[in-house]
Design a protein around this ligand. Structure first.
Ligand SMILES: [Zn+2]
Ligand SMILES: [Zn+2]
Length: 334
């Protein structure tokens, strides 16, 4: 068993991550030690690294909450997993279990949560510890590198997706990155029409959306050919909120799927009138995870990944910052 591991560490927001050697952590009671095979690079990681979130992260910090790997050791009392089993570690690392939200089926809003790669070290490292109760077994048909983006982009994207409602047929996705490219495949398989909105001039993004079965792809400042039943905004751009409201029909829902957005410009009440709804989505519940993996059981989701070795994590974050990724970035670790 190794005692030291490589990790990419954030020492100060706004500065690049640094490759360091750290002791391999010990799993406490109820925890598992996971040897990380792959870790996705989420938009949230970039917001944390850039200091854009209102709550400062625990520093120094190992980012990463789209973690896939094999259980290397079990802490006291863990019975649900076995050494060698492939698991994923998501963003929701732990909850208090006793606050109003935890006891009302909204553990995603827990008053004292632990978040992987934010308030606890995550997966930009060779090993990571996690609370076993918050990990998922990885379905056997999935390989670690292509599965990594499912763990947050897919899973929290799925929570957003459910808020559009069962009846929504025409869905707009604003920002066609990691989440949208996964959810578009699920929506198309479920017989829905997906309208993809990309940055003005992003021809490659437009083509990518059409390849994945979207019925229309155009610029985020354009109106779709039909009013939409609902829209999900994945891009961290506040100006998309009024744009999406203008694209949805009466009673349409606009879901903001990200943890951070630039300020939302003011807009006339007329754009919200007729029972249009704006809502945000925060974190995930364990039930979201279980239901997401169930929903994709018979839908062969192909995640498009761009891989980087662990020590190139800064380059992956840069590509995300500049909007240069097609699909999702994944660190391949072992
Ligand atoms: Zn709680
Ligand atoms: Zn994430």
């Amino acid at each position: 068993m190794k005692t030291k591991m490589r990790a990419m560490v954030l020492h100060r927001c706004g500065e690049p991550l640094e490759l360091v050697w750290k002791p391999v952590p010990d799993p406490g009671p109820g925890q598992v030690l996971v040897e990380v095979e792959a870790c996705g690079v989420c938009r949230t990681d970039q917001h944390i690294a850039d200091g854009e979130l209102p709550e400062p992260p625990q520093l120094p910090l190992v980012l990463g909450h789209e973690v896939v790997g094999r259980v290397a050791a079990l802490g006291e009392g863990v019975e649900d997993f076995a050494v060698g089993q492939r698991v994923c570690i998501p963003w929701l690392g732990a909850t208090c279990g006793s606050c109003w939200y935890c006891t009302h089926d909204q553990e995603n809003l827990c008053d004292s949560p632990t978040f992987t790669g934010y308030t606890r070290d995550g997966g930009y490292a060779e090993f990571s510890v996690a609370d076993a109760q918050f990990c998922f077994a990885l379905p056997p048909q999935l390989d670690p590198v292509h599965a990594a983006p499912l763990v947050c982009a897919g899973l929290i994207g799925f929570r957003s997706y459910r808020f559009v409602g069962e009846q929504a047929q025409r869905l707009g996705f604003y920002g066609f990155g990691a989440s949208a490219h996964i959810l578009a495949q699920l929506a198309v398989a479920q017989g829905r029409e997906v309208y993809a909105f990309v940055r003005p001039g992003d021809e490659e993004g437009r083509r990518f959306a059409l390849e994945l079965g979207c019925v229309w792809a155009g610029s985020s400042d354009a109106l779709p050919p039909h009013p939409l039943d609902a829209a999900i905004i994945f891009a961290p751009v506040g100006a998309l909120v009024p744009a999406a409201l203008r694209a949805v029909r009466k009673g349409g829902v606009v879901v903001c799927g990200g943890i951070h957005m630039s300020p939302i410009p003011s807009f006339p009440y007329q754009d919200l009138w007729h029972e249009r709804v704006i809502r945000s989505v925060a974190n995930l519940t364990r039930r979201d995870g279980t239901e997401f993996f169930k929903a994709i059981e018979n839908v062969p989701i192909r995640t498009h990944v761009e891989t980087y070795p662990l020590e190139k994590a800064n380059e992956a974050l840069d590509a995300l910052r500049r909007g240069q990724l097609k699909g999702a970035a994944v660190l391949v670790i072992s």
